[in-house]
Design a protein around this ligand. Structure first.
Ligand SMILES: [Mn+2]
Length: 429
């Protein structure tokens, strides 16, 4: 099931006149600053972010999960929902799969994605939980996976990652993201040095099995599920990993995986400098790895990250970081949250494009802290919604995608078709 382009066009009709007025007014305002609105609109329309298959169902916390109506019951229904998100927002043609949650016949996955105008972004392996019933993974990951003290468990985790790469290769993916839950809850529980060595050794085996044109992303996270030490805890560890693994290995920055108040944009800047920025898992948080909608808590932080990306210019071109959303939706309709999040990510990008970089550099170099800060904030303070709406409209999407989604009645229709919700996976990483 999908939402027809004719329906989207019809929904746009009643908004078009007001939208046109707003877009033209913004265009005039920007031209007084020497900015061509159509160039910014074109750049925004060409910016895409992948959605996570696991984000289409309700997430949950360690206390409970509250399923919503019409949750997808498997990967093909998840792809239907991803198709709706992209049909309305036109920002999310890529889908990131999670193995084994999304395991299916590769040819069928590919055919379904083609039908919906989607493709597959980075693959995700899963060795942070056990897989009862999977004959390839009989051993438990309770005490670790790629860093486990038992070589048999490490071998099983390596084999699972290689299988994930093979599935990805068959469906046109070009990267794998590895996040492990390995770590310790108590000082003394594991040897901090040896566990990292074992992790590196296992990762080398995965890298050796990568196709020539593939990349591997190491995703760090400070704590949870381990609460005393995590094997891949921070960007320093991730960077050491990427360096040791060689040219196919890069660091993935999940916005929620840092210590509180860490300067994430500075980490982004350093990784660009090192040529090791692999990509992002976008989300937002107030306290920890909250996995809330991107830009919903601290849109300025999201803007500052994009300010680094835009400011890096050509240094970023060769890196081509993967932009992905990684969220858990507990109280909203996941389709609405993902549409909104993709919009917020594009908003931060558009605002960063509006920063007068020449003026910024001048103020930085002449020590004018006030005007440097003001120059940056001028981009952030600009209401770029008409640009986002125009980028969607030109691509056949909705001027107001959440309103169009609600008008479509899609959720009620799938609720009737998907009575027994057994959604798997909960936006955990
Ligand atoms: Mn993540």
């Amino acid at each position: 099931m999908t939402i027809a382009p004719a329906f989207v066009a019809e929904e746009n009709v009643r908004l078009e006149a007001d939208h046109r007025t707003d877009y033209e007014a913004l265009g005039e305002k920007l031209s007084r600053r020497g900015v061509d609105i159509s160039a910014v609109t074109e750049a925004v329309a060409g910016f895409f972010v992948a959605v996570p298959s696991w984000g289409t169902g309700a997430g949950g916390t360690r206390f409970a999960r509250f399923p919503g109506p019409g949750e997808p019951r498997g990967i093909f229904e998840k792809l239907d929902d991803c198709g709706v998100i992209h049909a309305l927002g036109r920002a999310t043609p890529g889908v990131s799969l999670h193995i084994p949650w999304d395991k299916a016949e590769p040819a069928a996955l590919k055919a379904k994605a083609d039908e919906l105008g989607l493709h597959f972004d980075a693959m995700n392996s899963n060795t942070f939980q056990d897989h009862p019933g999977d004959p390839r993974q009989p051993l438990s990951y309770k005490f670790g996976s790629l860093s486990h003290a038992d070589p048999a468990v490490r071998a099983q985790a390596v084999a699972h990652n290689i299988e994930t790469v093979e599935i990805g290769e068959a469906i046109g993916s070009k990267a794998i993201t590895v996040w492990i839950g390995d770590g310790a809850n108590f000082p003394g529980q594991s040897d901090l040095g040896k566990s990292f060595e074992r992790y590196l050794g296992a990762m080398k085996e995965i890298v050796a099995a990568l196709p020539a044109d593939w990349r591997i992303f190491s995703e760090h996270k400070m704590y949870e599920p381990a609460f005393y030490s995590t094997v891949v805890s921070d960007w320093g560890t991730s960077y050491m990993t990427a360096q040791e693994l060689g040219e196919k290995a890069f660091c993935l920055v999940d916005l929620g995986h840092h210590a509180p108040n860490v300067n994430i944009e500075q980490i982004v800047s350093r990784l660009i400098r090192a040529g090791k920025l692999g990509g992002f898992h976008f989300n937002d948080s107030k306290y920890g790895d909250d996995d809330l909608d991107a830009g919903s808590i601290d849109p300025f932080r999201l803007f500052l990250i994009f300010n680094e990306l835009v400011g890096a210019g050509t240094a970023l071109d060769s890196l081509n970081p993967a932009h992905m959303i990684d969220q858990s939706h507990n109280v909203t309709d996941p389709i609405e949250s993902l549409i909104r999040s993709a919009g917020e990510i594009r908003r931060a990008y558009a605002q960063a494009l509006l920063v007068d970089r020449k003026a910024l550099e001048h103020h930085q170099e002449t020590g004018d802290a006030m005007m440097a800060s003001e120059t940056l904030k001028r981009g952030f303070r600009t209401d770029v919604e008409p640009i986002l709406a125009e980028a969607r409209r030109r691509a056949g999407g909705a001027i107001d995608p959440i309103a169009a989604y609600r008008a479509s009645g899609y959720r009620a229709k799938v609720a009737a078709e998907r009575p027994a919700s057994v959604a798997s996976g909960g936006g955990i990483v």
